[in-house]
Design a protein around this ligand. Structure first.
Ligand code: BG6
Length: 496
C-alpha cells in the first residue's frame, strides 16, 4: 500500500455524466479539503462531448458549489482538472491521451501513478481496458489501477466475458470493482461491531440467533432511469451486489488478518455456502413486486409502468424480498431475509439481528408478550446501533418492559461522516482493495441471482403492479416471514 496522501493522475471516462458530477467531483473535493489528497494530483475528464477546459472546470465548480468552504479557493481546486474530448474506439485518442498524461505526470509530480475510472455505460468497458493496454497507457513507472462501476455484467455469462476482456489488460490486483455500499460507514462497521465485541461474537450463530433481516428501502422511484432499469430490475440493481455484500459481511468468519485477501476470502466462503435453489423452488424463497401509483410523502406518484422508457406491460420488478439459507456449521437453519424496493414508505437501510427467545422466560410484559432481543444496525440515513433489551421499569411486579440502548454515529458531526465514494476513491489510490468486490464474489452472486431471474423470466408477473407507492411492498413479502413464524421488524419510526 502507498501513503495516506496519494499522488496520481485520475482519468475519468464518462466525465460529463451524472455519476461524475454528483459523486466523483464532490468526493475528490472532500479528499482535497480534508488533506487526504496532496497537491500532486490531476484529473483528466474524458467524454465524447466537445468541451473546453474552462467549460469542464465550470461544471466541476458547479458540482462542488454547495460546499462553499471559505478556506478552499474553487479555482485552485478546479485547475487540477483537464478535459479531453474522446472517442473510446479511436486508438489515436489513446495515444494522444498517453502523451498528455506524461506531461501531467511531470507537471504534478505524480510518480507515474494512474487511476482509470470507468464511470459510464458498461458496453465499452472491455474495449477501453484493451486499448489502454495496447496503446501503452498502462506501462508507467508507478501503479495503474482500473475502477469499474456496476453493472458488472447482466448475468454470470456476460460478467465472465467482461471479466476475461478486462483481465487481458489488467491483473485482478489492479481491478477495483465498485460496490458503493462497501464504502458506507456503517457497512464497514459490521465487521467491527461483530469482531471487536465480546458480547456479540459468541452469540453470533445458529444457537442464539433466530433470523437476520436486511432491508434497503427507497422512496424514490425509477425516475429517468427507465431504460437501464427495465433490463435490470431490483434483483440485478440491488440484490446481486449490495444486499449480498451485506449478507456476506454479516455471516463471514473472522478473518485471520485485516488484509484484503483474507477478508475477501471469508466473504467468498459465505457466498459459496449460500444454499442454491432449483428454478422450480424460487417461489418458495423469493417474492417480487412492482409499484403502483400511490401517495409518497404526501404527494401522488405514478405507477412504474407509467414511467419514461418503461413498457406499459412491464414485468420488471421494483421490489424483491427473499429468504436465503447458509449451509455451514455456524448458520445452518437460520434464515437471512432480504428486502429491497423503490417507492416505499421510507428511505432506510437497516439490519436487524433477532436473537432466540430464552428457553424459560417468565418475564412477560403487561400484555403477556415476550420481546426478543434485537440488535439493529442502522446503515442510513440514520447511522448507529440500537440494542433492544428487556428490563423492569418502575412498578411493583416483575413484568418486563422493552427498552432500547442507542448509539448514534452521526448525531454530532453528520457533516464529517465520509461519503462512500470518497472513502472508496481514497482506498483505491492507497491500493487497498478490501472494500471492492473480487471477481469470485461477483461470480458467485451472479450464479445465485441467475436462478431467480430464470424463474421469473419464465412466467409473466400477472399480479403486477402489486404494491402501492408509499407502502412497504406486497403482502407476499410479509407472508414469506409469517410462514416461518417471524415478521419484518419495522423500518418506519412510528412502527418501531
Ligand atoms: C444503486 C442503484 O446501486 O444504489 C440505485 O443502481 C439505487 O437504483 C442506489 O437507488 C441506492 O443507493 P443508496 O446509497 O442511495 O442506498
Amino acid at each position: 500500500m502507498t501513503t495516506n496522501t496519494p499522488k496520481a493522475v485520475i482519468v475519468i471516462f464518462g466525465a460529463t455524466g451524472d455519476l461524475a458530477n454528483r459523486k466523483l467531483y464532490p468526493s475528490i473535493y472532500r479528499l482535497y479539503r480534508n488533506g487526504k489528497l496532496s497537491d500532486n494530483f490531476a484529473v483528466v475528464g474524458v467524454a465524447r462531448r466537445p468541451l473546453t477546459n474552462d467549460q469542464f472546470r465550470d461544471n466541476v465548480k458547479e458540482s462542488i458549489s454547495h460546499f462553499d468552504d471559505p478556506n478552499i479557493d474553487p479555482d485552485s481546486f478546479a485547475n487540477h482538472f483537464h478535459y479531453n474530448p474522446f472517442d473510446v474506439q479511436d486508438l489515436t485518442h489513446y495515444q494522444e491521451l498517453n502523451k498528455f498524461l506524461q506531461t501531467l505526470d511531470e507537471e504534478y509530480q505524480t510518480e507515474g501513478n494512474r487511476l482509470f475510472y470507468l464511470a459510464m455505460a458498461p458496453n465499452f468497458f472491455g474495449t477501453i481496458a484493451a486499448n489502454l493496454k495496447s496503446e501503452g497507457l498502462t506501462a508507467t513507472e508507478g501503479w495503474t489501477r482500473l475502477v469499474i462501476e456496476k453493472p458488472f455484467g447482466h448475468n454470470y455469462e456476460s460478467a465472465e466475458v467482461l471479466n476475461n476482456q478486462i483481465r487481458e489488460a489488467f491483473t485482478e490486483d489492479q481491478i477495483y470493482r465498485i460496490d458503493h455500499y462497501l464504502g458506507k460507514e456503517m457497512v464497514q462497521n459490521i465487521e467491527v461491531i461483530r469482531f471487536a465485541n465480546a458480547i456479540f461474537e459468541p452469540l453470533w450463530n445458529n444457537q442464539h440467533i433466530s433470523n437476520i433481516q436486511i432491508t434497503s428501502s427507497e422512496v424514490l422511484g425509477v425516475e429517468d432511469r427507465g431504460r437501464y432499469y427495465e433490463s435490470s430490475g431490483a434483483l440485478r440493481d440491488m440484490v446481486q451486489n449490495h444486499m449480498l455484500q451485506m449478507l456476506a459481511l454479516l455471516a463471514m468468519e473472522p478473518p485471520i488478518k485485516l488484509t484484503p485477501d483474507e477478508i475477501r476470502s471469508e466473504k467468498v466462503k459465505v457466498l459459496r455456502a449460500v444454499k442454491p435453489m432449483e428454478v422450480e423452488d424460487v417461489d418458495n424463497y423469493f417474492v417480487r413486486g412492482q409499484y403502483d401509483k400511490g401517495i409518497v410523502e404526501g404527494e401522488e406518484k405514478p405507477a412504474y409502468r407509467e414511467g419514461n422508457s418503461v413498457d406499459e406491460n412491464s414485468n420488471t420488478e421494483t421490489f424483491v424480498a427473499g429468504k436465503l439459507l447458509i449451509d455451514n456449521f455456524r448458520w445452518a437453519g437460520v434464515p437471512f431475509y432480504i428486502r429491497t424496493g423503490k417507492r416505499m414508505k421510507k428511505k432506510s437501510t437497516e439490519i436487524v439481528i433477532q436473537f432466540k427467545d430464552l428457553p424459560m422466560n417468565l418475564y412477560y410484559d403487561k400484555g403477556d408478550n415476550i420481546h426478543p432481543n434485537l440488535l439493529v444496525i442502522h446503515i442510513q440515513p440514520h447511522e448507529g446501533i440500537t440494542l433492544h433489551l428487556n428490563a423492569k421499569k418502575g412498578d411493583y411486579g416483575t413484568t418486563s418492559t422493552p427498552i432500547k440502548l442507542n448509539y448514534n454515529n452521526n448525531s454530532n458531526d453528520k457533516m464529517n461522516t465520509p461519503e462512500a465514494y470518497e472513502v472508496l476513491l481514497h482506498d483505491c489510490m492507497r491500493g487497498d482493495s478490501t472494500n471492492f468486490t473480487h471477481w469470485d464474489e461477483v461470480a458467485l452472486s451472479w450464479k445465485f441471482v441467475d436462478i431467480i431471474s430464470k424463474a421469473w423470466g419464465n412466467k409473466s408477473a400477472d399480479q403486477f403492479p402489486n404494491y402501492e407507492s408509499g407502502t412497504n411492498g406486497p403482502k407476499e413479502s410479509d407472508a414469506l416471514l409469517q410462514e416461518d413464524g417471524f415478521h419484518w421488524w419495522a423500518v418506519t419510526p412510528e412502527e418501531d
